[in-house]
Design a protein around this ligand. Sequence first.
Ligand SMILES: C[S@@+](CC[C@H](N)C(=O)[O-])C[C@H]1O[C@@H](n2cnc3c(N)ncnc32)[C@H](O)[C@@H]1O
Length: 206
Amino acid sequence: MSGHVPPAHLHLLTPLYDVLCSAIGLGRGFRRDILRRLGLTGRERLLDAGCGTAALLEVLLEDHPGLDAAGVDPDALALAIASAKLGRKGLRPRLELASMGRMPFEDAGFDVVVSTLALHHVPRDEREGSLKECLRVLKPGGRLVLADLVVSGEGPARWLLKALSFFEGLEAEEGVLDLLRRAGLGEARPVGRYMKLVGFYEGFKP
Ligand SMILES: C[S@@+](CC[C@H](N)C(=O)[O-])C[C@H]1O[C@@H](n2cnc3c(N)ncnc32)[C@H](O)[C@@H]1O
């Protein structure tokens, strides 16, 4: 697919994406924090929307090898890296080349949809539709967990995020909640932050 914003903004940086994440403090510790927040039993059907190089799926599947996991991303190179990395560990989730706005999954198939650091890569005018698509593939009562760089809080972190938002298309916290509610998650709420940079949001499909 073409026309999307790649994991580290430039295609030539995609092979370095995992290293760059670790360098800015969003490596394995961040992924393990998400794992803890998800509180999985290991028997769920889980989708990672905008999975990139599978930095999250890797940690989730290491802890829960029985998880029925899938990932979707429009970046072919990121998915090739994901597939090779996971394959070396004997982990083979279903990986699909597609954007969050149009996913090749049946209605109501997943217990959990998680999306990390991906919403701000989706063009603004496609964000609401992409979140609606996440809801479409969730079972009723299923959980959507969104983690993204979001302008919020006070002090230096807020100013850093505000500056970043010019280049990265970041949402403010009210913007994310508004998108989630317009997509159909009336009860969506913020559920914490990581390093003051990443906001976590969650809601359940009615
Ligand atoms: C910063 S990376 C995050 C990757 C991964 N979720 C993580 O936490 O490391 C953003 C990802 O969003 C993907 N992306 C860009 N546009 C997208 C879209 N319309 N739908 C789904 N993913 C998209 C990019 O290809 C990239 O892999």
